[in-house]
Design a protein around this ligand. Structure first.
Ligand code: AMP
Length: 223
């Protein structure tokens, strides 16, 4: 099973991915997190990606595909996985289908107005150590500036500044949004209202996912 979380930056893909991972046990795979780790560790790949990431641009398809390929072929992804941040364009979507065909693929597109994206990203903080996500407006930490899980310092992502947010939105509309039609044509697309509360969004997603998982299990029994 493959779940793909689509949507603009700040729509809550990471948060919903974490909740889905907890509920279903399939790992969340985030290309953004994987790339940020490479940057933090100062690897050659991280150095290559950092400049583009700081500008809010996409890293090359080859780099993004290489990252995802390595991760989804790990043993914990055998039964299924939840992707946040990939694909970002049609070429990546086609590549993903080639490298890993899945019987069941479901795409949740978490929709958000641009103005909400700007407000949310400006208030987003992440843990400098474990990567946990907070939002000073929606999901604030118990203590200012410290992670509830591990106590490490919360930081603002370098690409969550207003200039870079604008650039990321342009790229989202130009390159990532065409995936809506792409997945609609495949018949695997579900639109989710992202302006709702986190729990409501989660409920809307897992109700569909439960239904689709049951259908797929029944179809397998009949075969
Ligand atoms: P995210 O955490 O998903 O917002 O990703 C942060 C940054 O990582 C993006 O702005 C891109 O620079 C890079 N990135 C993440 N995923 C991809 C991808 N699938 N293709 C290209 N660049 C990516």
């Amino acid at each position: 099973m493959r779940v793909i979380l689509l949507g603009p930056p700040g729509s809550g893909k990471g948060t919903q991915g974490d909740l889905l991972e907890k509920k279903y046990g399939f790992p969340k795979v985030s290309t953004g997190d994987l790339l940020r780790r490479e940057v933090q560790e100062g690897t050659p790949l991280g150095k290559k990606a950092e400049v583009k990431m700081n500008r809010g641009e996409l890293v090359s398809d080859d780099l993004a595909v290489a990252m995802i390929k390595k991760r989804i072929f790990a043993s914990d992804c055998k039964e299924g996985y939840i992707i946040d941040g990939f694909p970002r364009n049609i070429a990546q979507a086609q590549k993903l289908e080639k490298i890993d065909k899945k019987d069941l693929e479901i795409v949740f597109d978490i929709r958000l107005r641009d103005q909400t994206v700007i407000e949310r990203l400006s208030a987003r903080r992440i843990c400098s150590s474990c990567g946990a996500i907070y939002n000073l407006l929606l999901q604030s930490p118990k203590e200012d500036e410290a992670c509830d899980m591990c106590g490490s310092k919360l930081i603002q992502r370098r690409d969550d500044t207003s200039e870079v947010i604008k650039e990321r939105l342009i790229i989202y509309h130009e390159q990532t949004e065409p995936l809506v039609d792409y997945y609609k044509k495949k018949g695997v697309y579900y639109r989710i209202e992202g302006e709702e509360k986190i729990e409501i969004i989660f409920h809307n997603i897992y109700s569909i996912l439960d239904r689709e998982l049951t259908k797929s299990m029944e179809a397998r029994l009949v075969r």
